[in-house]
Design a protein around this ligand. Sequence first.
Ligand SMILES: Nc1ncnc2c1ncn2[C@@H]1O[C@H](COP(=O)(O)OP(=O)(O)OP(=O)(O)O)[C@@H](O)[C@H]1O
Length: 244
Amino acid sequence: MITAENLSFTYRGNTSPALNNLSFSIPKGELVCLCGTNGSGKSTLFSLLSGLQTPSSGTLEVGFIIAKGNEQQLRAQSALVLQDADLQIIGSTVAEDMMLAFPANDADAEATCRAMAERFSLLDHWDSPVHALSYGQKRKLCLAVSLLSTPSLLLLDEPFSGLDYPAMLEMRSIMKANKKLGLTQIVSVHDLEPVIDLADSMIVLHHGELKGTGVPEGLLSSLLEYGIRPPYSWLREHTISPWG
Ligand SMILES: Nc1ncnc2c1ncn2[C@@H]1O[C@H](COP(=O)(O)OP(=O)(O)OP(=O)(O)O)[C@@H](O)[C@H]1O
């Protein structure tokens, strides 16, 4: 369970808050669609949820970890997958990038990493230099590495951007599999189409304010007001059609 109560955050040197007085809760295992226009505060919320930033005021509880004050534990339990894979990959090969998630003396590390590489269809690239991977493969590598730490919260920043149709289908399959495993996932998107049918709930941000939270059906009609385009099936006949 994730709970935010009157959560606010202001960047150093800024006069207005990037997030202002947010209160919401997310049950364990949900897939949440986080949406808002550019600058609405999505990345900032991810920074707080992943322990990279500390709330300026209010509280944030992830599992039994309460920020502020426990950001280190928050970092251990939340996995943030950035939109730009090149900012996240630190190894020189797929194998090295994955193995860096474990201490050097961990005897089980290679088997665990190879199993994860297989799940993400990266095993054939095990010894490939990371610069030789495609954009989509790099993004899968980041996701695979983030899951190696068995997080309880997965934060995906624009996971569909730049992916082709088969890769988008694969990303959806990964999310569905994560959901089956009971992993809580928050997915930040500008375009709702490829994910809204998988979402249990939504969080809508606008200029750092929370404009809505709850099941998609209760929020989709209000989105245009905040510069977010509802999915086509909702505009046409107020339904959420399976994407694919
Ligand atoms: N490092 C920073 N220093 C100062 N202000 C920042 C910083 N990062 C973000 N901001 C400001 O905080 C507000 C929220 O930005 P944030 O990046 O969280 O929005 P976002 O919803 O993720 O946007 P986008 O969709 O463009 O990625 C914006 O007004 C932005 O200018």
